[in-house]
Design a protein around this ligand. Structure first.
Ligand SMILES: [Zn+2]
Ligand SMILES: [Zn+2]
Length: 254
């Protein structure tokens, strides 16, 4: 199983996830041409994508979904609530899923969605599994619930939101209302919350941890990295930080 961040942060998010003969995009928060160029950086042909899975309707996740899906005639997996927000235009093929129910398959990938607290209509995050390996995705959540922790147990790779440093957010440039929204239970996970989450997570099985969706104004890669290492220093060689403007390497878990 392989995955890459094509860009992560409040200006746009997209991931490539692949297993066996199946390749999908998780979100497409960049213009279609930008996603094509970012895929090219890791040697992936843009027409080799099989489907797009959408987390929620915020522009940094959905902006380019419609254009990309239309260009390559791709099915889009989306919740009814997200779809109702109508941010994609006319899609070639809508596949609705319910994050409260069991998962679905896209080719060789088994997809298990779960609902998350975030200020969107029906947001979900995911576990992607194939061949006994599991990749957990957790971004755009205000806080983690016991159900979320349970869903993400025993993952071999984890893409974990480290949105903000609490002190930087409080003293940063955001107006008070936006500061409150980011820090709220329907906002984004702070470095401290990500640390708490990791403390009850089984790190033994983890091959790759990616700190993700960092705020460019209220966090730094170094702060996020140090927060993650405060949980266990021995994860250093398994730890990466996803950037807004860089495509990550194509991580492989096996
Ligand atoms: Zn986001
Ligand atoms: Zn969001």
């Amino acid at each position: 199983m392989r995955f890459a961040s094509l860009g992560s942060g409040s200006r746009g998010n997209a991931m490539l996830i692949e297993a066996g003969a199946t390749r999908i995009l998780l979100d497409s928060g960049f213009a279609a041409r930008e996603v094509e160029s970012r895929l090219g950086q890791i040697g992936v042909e843009p027409d080799s994508i099989d489907a797009i899975v959408v987390t929620h309707e915020h522009q940094d996740h959905i902006r380019g979904v419609g254009a990309y899906a239309r260009r390559y005639r791709l099915p889009v997996w989306i919740t009814a609530g997200t779809n109702r927000q109508n941010r994609c235009g006319v899609l070639p093929e809508v596949r609705l899923f319910n994050p409260h129910e069991s998962g679905f398959h896209i080719g060789d990938l088994e997809v298990t969605p779960f609902p998350v607290p975030h200020d969107a209509t029906e947001p979900s995050q995911f576990v992607f599994a194939a061949g006994g390996l599991k990749l957990g995705i957790l971004t755009d959540i205000g806080f983690y619930t016991p159900h979320i922790s349970e869903m993400l147990q025993a993952c071999d790779a984890l893409f974990l939101e480290c949105n903000h440093d609490v002190d930087m957010l409080a003293s940063g440039p955001y107006p008070p209302a936006l500061q409150r929204r980011v820090a709220s239970n329907l906002g984004h996970l702070s470095n401290d919350q990500a640390v708490d989450f990791l403390r009850q997570f089984d790190l033994g099985r983890l091959q790759r941890l990616v700190a993700a969706h960092l705020s460019e104004k209220n966090n730094t890669p170094d702060l996020a990295r140090r927060a993650m290492l405060s949980v266990a220093e021995n994860i250093e060689d398994r730890l990466s930080v996803a950037g807004q403007d860089e495509v990550s390497e194509l991580f492989e878990i096996s």
